[in-house]
Design a protein around this ligand. Structure first.
Ligand SMILES: O=C(O)CCC(=O)C(=O)O
Length: 262
């Protein structure tokens, strides 16, 4: 698929783009990190049984005010790995996955390729409704990135039971406004109107590329295990960095106050 086709369609599912070895290493790393992440939350939100996290959290929220919790704890409650995990250099080894990087370059076009830092690493526990991102366009969350795409990378098989990302056909031309009031963790839902929904089956090693304007949302996880996945956002650098990023060619980390290489 070339850049024009991708922009027109708004998404592209590429099969077996990542090496099996890389997937195994990253899955092993995140599997080890998961209990550490849950432990951190448990200190503040006493949930004894993670298999019914959703209802336990819902009950807890009736009595407590979410704003009393730190941003990091709120992030973990809705299925993000803690920051320490996301900052581990092992996750940026994606930049050495040549087939993926070649595809990103083909889809984004000419320019200085960068990876937004830190990547998002997610665990969707069965029955945690709070970890489902309502229908949205990535531009609504990341307008500061300019010309970018999202590479959505599952580390477990995605099927009818363990849902991944649902995509709505028909890429909108611009940014849509959200219609529903939304829950406590995410931006309000954007109404997909009569757009047809695509349910995509994926295997570890496959990558779903999303244009910033395509509407999509998380599918529920009805499997008995956590859905582990990563979102990498690649962009073409403009003059000034507003957030941390990594230069894909040099693997150099650049912070907003630092001069980027010419
Ligand atoms: O991982 C998910 O459930 C949703 C990911 C997503 O919507 C995104 O990366 O924009």
């Amino acid at each position: 698929m070339n850049q024009c086709e991708f922009r027109e369609k708004g998404y592209y599912l590429s099969k077996q783009l990542l090496s099996a070895e890389w997937v195994k290493i990253i899955k092993g790393f995140l599997t080890q990190e998961l209990p550490l992440c849950l432990e951190k939350v448990q200190k503040e939100v006493p949930i004894a049984d993670w298999s019914c996290w959703g209802s336990a959290l819902q009950n807890w929220l009736i009595e407590k005010d979410l704003s009393q919790l730190s941003g990091e704890i709120r992030n973990v409650l809705c299925g993000h790995f803690r920051l320490e995990t996301r900052l581990n250099p092992i996750l940026t080894t994606i930049c050495q996955q040549r087939f993926l990087i070649d595809t990103v370059r083909a889809l984004l076009g000419e320019g200085f390729l960068c990876l937004h830092m830190p990547p998002v690493a997610r665990f969707i526990l069965p029955n945690n409704p709070f970890s489902r991102v309502p229908a949205h366009q990535d531009i609504q969350y990341n307008s500061f990135l300019g010309h970018f795409l999202t590479a959505w990378v599952p580390l477990v098989p995605i099927d009818d039971k363990c849902g991944g990302v649902l995509v709505y056909e028909g890429r909108p031309e611009g940014v849509l406004s959200a219609s529903d009031p939304g829950g406590p963790f995410w931006l309000p839902k954007t109404d997909p109107q009569d757009r047809e929904v695509r349910v995509l089956s994926m295997q570890p090693g496959d990558v779903l590329f999303l244009d910033p304007y395509i509407l999509h949302e998380s599918a529920p996880n009805r499997a008995e295990f956590a859905r582990l996945s990563l979102d990498y956002r690649f962009f073409l650098r403009r003059e000034k960095a507003q957030k941390h990023y990594m230069e894909v060619d040099t693997l150099q980390l650049v912070s907003p106050d630092q001069e980027a290489a010419p």
